[in-house]
Design a protein around this ligand. Structure first.
Ligand SMILES: Cc1cc2nc3c(=O)[nH]c(=O)nc-3n(C[C@H](O)[C@H](O)[C@H](O)COP(=O)(O)O)c2cc1C
Length: 209
């Protein structure tokens, strides 16, 4: 994990372009008969970006519930569901996580998504191939995209010491904090960084055989 990612945020600030609320287009545009056009999945995937500046506005419990519901229905290897999520929203918990990671970005909600290595599927072809990280990452992807669909911003964060986080939040030994997901309403002017647009061409990332 590049520590430079946190710093990127500072540069992003200098070149802020008002981007509107994240997921603003989720509801689409109203047509004459007030029916709304849903954005395609690709639109959603392209419009989402990492938010590193959050408004103080609290996140409604229904939106947190929807994000957790998206986590709940995520696919996992052999459907073992080897994950647990801590929802940090109290003042104390948020102060703790901001002290432990400079990439919590004072978001009003921070999820710690953990996997349970002892309950995750292990490949019969490679005993070191435990699906915990993969499972929790799919869970996180569902959560990140649901947050965006709810008009919220998010940032996936690996810049923290899992041992410190486990100790601070009394996370049991069978669970490993996989990543943090900061969530909240983007501050006015929050915009994608340069990195958001730097993507390889399809011809470079896929090979037909
Ligand atoms: C596994 C993973 C770890 C990441 N860790 C951090 C992090 O610690 N701090 C941070 O500010 N962004 C982090 N990010 C966000 C990436 O920097 C970001 O997704 C990438 O630059 C593309 O930009 P976009 O999300 O705006 O499209 C992480 C993303 C992923 C997928």
């Amino acid at each position: 994990m590049k520590s430079v990612e946190c710093i990127t945020a500072l540069f992003a600030c200098a070149s802020l372009v008002f981007a509107g609320g994240c997921g603003e287009s989720s509801g689409g545009t109203a047509s004459g008969n007030s029916e709304r056009t849903k954005p395609s999945f690709l639109q959603l995937a392209k419009e989402r970006f990492s938010v590193r500046y959050y408004a103080k506005t609290p996140v409604e419990q229904e939106k947190i519930d929807a994000i957790l519901e998206a986590a709940r229905v995520a696919p996992t290897a052999k459907n073992l569901q080897p994950f647990h999520i801590y929802v940090l929203k109290s003042k104390e918990a948020l102060a703790k996580i901001n002290a432990l990671s400079r990439c919590a970005y004072n978001a009003p909600v921070v999820f710690i998504v953990c996997y349970d290595k002892s309950n995750a599927w292990v490949s019969p072809f490679d005993a070191n191939d435990n699906s915990g990280v993969m499972d929790s990452s799919i869970v996180g992807t569902h959560m990140m995209l649901e947050a965006f669909d709810q008009g919220l911003g998010s940032c996936w964060v690996k810049f923290f010491d899992p041992k410190e986080v486990s100790a601070a939040f009394d996370i049991p030994a069978n669970l490993t904090p996989s990543f943090l997901l900061d969530v909240g309403y983007p501050q006015k002017g929050a915009a994608p960084t340069k990195m958001h647009f730097e993507k390889r061409d399809i011809k470079d990332l896929a090979t037909y055989k």
